[in-house]
Design a binder for this molecule. Structure first.
Ligand code: GLC
Length: 429
């Protein structure tokens, strides 16, 4: 393959990925999807919130199942679940600060407890410990900070008597599916415009058992602008890689915890650093995906101190670097041992997370560079470029910015990197 063919191929791959991201097909359905998802593709960064009875227990959101807690015993925790009023306001404020454009909160997790007011069960927030509608508070808080509103909803239900037997008993399945569809109808009827419906765990039924087609039809009838994920056994609008960053040939969102647990787990101290979080966000943005980063508030609704500390550091960086993340184009340059990249048009953003000292280099940089500056300070950066590399020179020994220093590199064309060219043609002298 000639270098020209190679570059052509890279261009074609990027164009293909961009087309997949935009889901730009020809059918009316595809056009409608593109319309509904436009804001979401630009948003790139969201806040996931796992909040429920498990938050008072503080031993992971799967405690009920993992510790085989009997339903009646678990219900006692629901009576003692008393979050302080409007705890969600602090979540929404922090999301705004961190540049998380949307929020997704668990309206009902696997434990079966509804944080919303339901006519279908008394196992819901207004009728248990909280004594009020926690979903209403969340929606109001998110809107007050200009965040888009998402509802997580678990199909699997450990509390409902038909939640498991629906797999083998048709009467039970009918009752249970009516209950679940009924919840979704309540959620999408009683809280105004909702931006995302985030299904989870479809155990123990398949798409026919859940009547998933009918479910989504109802969802779009009630909320014509909403987007839905793929966890009710249908494709939905976007894929949901979990705890991993994996680009897909369609719209995708990587959801991730800050420690190892979604729900509050008191003793889990396995926190990611702000640097790891920022690197993950960059990787998602580079490859055209979104990053949905979780907080697990305590039973009183307060955010664990460590999560606040981490997100505040991310917020500080996002203040000046956010624009390199939002509405980014898929970025082909990706090879560096100390930096990762995002792109907007002909501008390449090199995010240096392990600052190497006074010289920073991109090997195999094929596109001529016009100018470069440090994003945080606006300072121009001197550079030299030949066929094999571009070197940014006279930089400070110490990283000018943390968790990453971003160099904005304006190029004469779409920035392309060719490491294969370097390997083959290597400067020999
Ligand atoms: C898994 C877990 C669940 C969590 C979800 C988030 O499905 O069962 O606890 O809410 O992932 O993606």
């Amino acid at each position: 393959m000639t270098r020209r063919d190679y570059l052509h191929m890279l261009g074609a791959t990027a164009a293909f990925a961009q087309a997949a991201q935009n889901s730009s097909g020809t059918s009316a359905g595809d056009a409608d999807r593109e319309r509904r998802m436009q804001w979401w593709h630009q948003a790139r960064f969201g806040m996931f919130i796992h909040f429920g009875v498990y938050s008072t227990i503080g031993r992971h959101e799967w405690a009920m199942e993992e510790e085989a807690i009997p339903v009646r015993e678990y219900e006692q925790y629901a009576k003692n679940f008393k979050p302080k009023p409007n705890a969600a306001r602090a979540w929404a404020k922090l999301a705004k600060q961190a540049g998380q454009k949307y929020m997704v909160m668990t309206t009902k997790h696997h434990e079966g407890f509804c944080l919303f007011d339901s006519k279908l069960t008394d196992y819901c927030a207004p009728q248990q410990g909280p004594g009020r509608d926690l979903v209403a508070e969340y929606v109001e808080a998110a809107r007050a900070e200009g965040r888009r509103v998402g509802f997580y909803y678990s199909l699997m239900d450990w509390h409902h008597p038909d939640g498991a037997r629906c797999a083998t008993d048709e009467q039970a399945r009918r009752r249970f599916v009516e209950y679940i569809h009924g919840h979704i109808r309540e959620l999408l009827t009683n809280y105004g415009k909702i931006d995302i419906l985030w299904y989870d765990v479809a155990w123990p039924l398949d798409k026919d058992g859940w009547e998933s087609e009918k479910m989504n039809e109802m969802v779009f009838r009630l909320q014509p602008d909403i987007i839905v994920n793929n966890r009710n056994k249908l494709e939905g609008d976007f894929a949901t890689p979990e705890q991993t960053i994996r680009a897909e040939k369609r719209a995708w969102e990587s959801c991730m915890t800050m420690n190892g647990s979604w729900g509050y787990q008191r003793a889990d101290d396995n926190w990611k650093t702000p640097k790891t979080i920022v690197r993950n966000l960059i990787s998602c943005s580079r490859d055209g995906g979104n990053y949905l980063l979780n907080i697990g508030p305590k039973g009183d609704g307060s955010i664990p101190e460590e999560s606040v500390r981490i997100l505040t550091a991310v917020a500080k960086w996002m203040e000046h670097a956010g624009d390199t993340i939002y509405a980014s184009d898929i970025c082909q340059p990706r090879s560096s041992e100390y930096a990762s990249f995002t792109r907007k048009g002909n501008t390449l953003y090199m995010h240096v997370y392990f600052w190497p000292g006074s010289t920073v280099v991109i090997g195999g940089m094929m596109t001529p560079v016009k100018s470069a500056r440090i994003l945080a300070t606006g300072e121009q950066v001197k550079f030299e470029q030949d066929r094999f590399r571009v070197r940014f020179l006279n930089l400070p020994e110490k990283a000018p910015d943390e968790p990453a220093t971003t160099i904005a590199i304006e190029c004469y064309g779409e920035p392309k990197q060719d490491t294969d060219f370097v390997r083959r043609e290597r400067p020999r002298v």
